[in-house]
Every structure is written in C-alpha cells, then in structure tokens.
Design a protein around this ligand. Structure first.
Ligand SMILES: O=P(O)(O)OC[C@@H](O)[C@@H](O)c1c[nH]c2ccccc12
Length: 250
C-alpha cells in the first residue's frame, strides 16, 4: 500500500499546513517538530509562490513574510533536511506548477524522494496536465494528490480513479481561509468519490474549530487545517495546544 494511504489506516488523519520559512527558517523547523509531536499525522508544507491564486489573505501574507526571510525552493529543501534530523513524520508539499517546473520536474521529484517527501499538492495543475510530472513522480515514488472541488461534477470519476495517497476534498469554493458553515452536499460528493476509489479522502478549506473538525471527520478520513495555524504562527503562539485539541476531536 502507498505510504500516505497507510497513514489513514484505523484512524482519522490530522493534516496541518504551514508555510515554509514563515517567519524564518528556525521557527518553521520548530513548528513542524511541534506539530509532529502533538498529533499531526501528515504535515503539509507550503512552498511560497508569488501568485498564489488559491490562497486567501492569511496565507498570502505568510508567503510575503517568507519572501522577506529570503525563501526559495532550495531553502525549503534545507528546512526539510533539518526536520529530517529529528522526525520521519510524513510530509507533503503544497505549491504551484511554476515552482516545480522552474526547478525541473525530475530534479524536484528526486530531491523529494531523497528527503522522504511523500506527496505533492499542486492546485493549479489539473489532472489533464499532469502527464510530464506524473512520469517523474512515479519514478521517484511521490504521490500526486488530486483535488476535488464542489464544482468537479463529471470529472469526479476520472479524478478519483487516478488518485493516490489521498484525495483533497476542497470543502467550498473560493480561496483558503476560515469559514463558519459547510455545505450539506459535501457528504454526497464524498460518497460519490468512494464509489470509484478506496483512496482516503481528507477535507480542507475553512476548518478552524475543534467542533468543525469533529463534524467533518465523521464524513471523511482526514482533516486539513491551514489558515488557522498560520494565524497562530503570525501571532507568535505555540502550536502544541491547538494541535492536540484538533487531534483529540477527530
Ligand atoms: O487555509 P485553510 O482554509 O485551512 O485551507 C487549507 C489550506 O490552507 C492548505 O491545504 C492550502 C494552502 N494553500 C492552498 C492552496 C490550494 C489548496 C489548498 C491549500
């Protein structure tokens, strides 16, 4: 079984997101270790991009802080190398096509393999355009995480059948950031996905409270939280308490 899929065996996965190099190198390393030691099952690390079209204000500002700190893709790999001195927590990257393309698809996948990065989420690279990258992802054993949105409609079957690692169910339209309510139709979409694949489904976009995490964990295999964590980081707060609270709720 794929190593990311294994994480979901017999448990609901908590998947926190942080932006690499926000606000600096050492804090990012420390934050990842804190999350890993306090309930995170997979950590999603964002490689900042200048045009993060799927991101709301909280993550956009975090990207700017990282740019101020001098982030680039090699710095992010250095952060991961440092993290790997202390933990094997499953890690995935969230970034945009241009970052990976510029680095070189093969070189990027090779470095991911060497640092035990298990998967990539690339919101601006739809399934139909993943061909070239897919070849190298396969060669270096990296899962391309597919996103399914409320508008995926007819494409759900095709996406689900190609999925590996887990499926990222985008809870709602728009950009990342906290929301108060979630559509009742989400569970129908997840049921439809399950007709076509056994790959786990994790929900992200908008989740911040333990109550929301608990409710959504009943219809999915994992919960992804980004902006709420990035906000705690912006306020200089410790992540341990929040992370444990979410993990206990799901
Ligand atoms: O921030 P939120 O609303 O908790 O959403 C998760 C999210 O941050 C993370 O998975 C993410 C960050 N940037 C993205 C871009 C597209 C899809 C997902 C993401």
């Amino acid at each position: 079984m794929n190593k990311l899929e294994e994480v979901f065996k017999n448990k609901k996965a908590f998947i926190p997101f942080v932006v690499a190099d926000d606000p600096d190198f050492d804090t990012t390393v420390q934050n990842i270790l804190t999350l890993a030691n306090n309930g995170a099952d997979i950590i999603e690390l964002g490689i900042p991009f200048s045009d993060p079209v799927a991101d709301g204000p909280v993550i956009q500002v975090a990207d700017l802080r990282a740019f101020d700190a001098g982030v680039n893709t090699n710095v992010v790999f250095d952060i991961v190398a440092k993290v790997r001195e202390s933990t094997d927590v499953p890690l995935i990257f969230l970034t945009y096509t241009n970052i990976v393309f510029k680095y070189g698809y093969e070189e990027f996948c090779k470095r991911c393999r060497d640092l035990n990065i298990s998967g990539l989420v690339i919101p601006d690279l739809p399934l139909e355009e993943q061909g070239d990258l897919r070849e190298f992802a396969k060669q270096y054993d990296i899962s391309l995480i597919q996103l399914i949105a409320p508008t995926s409609g007819d494409r759900i079957e095709k996406i689900a059948k190609e999925a590996e690692g887990f499926i990222y169910m985008v809870s709602s339209m728009g950009v990342t950031g906290q929301r108060e309510d979630f559509s009742k139709k989400l569970s129908n979409t997840i049921e439809e996905i399950r007709k076509y694949t056994d790959v786990p489904v994790a929900i992200g976009f908008g989740i911040h409270s333990a109550e929301q995490a608990q409710a959504l964990s009943k219809i999915a295999d994992g919960i992804i939280i980004g902006s709420a964590i990035v906000e705690l980081i912006a306020e200089g707060k410790d992540l341990a308490e929040y992370s444990n609270e979410i993990k206990a709720a799901i």
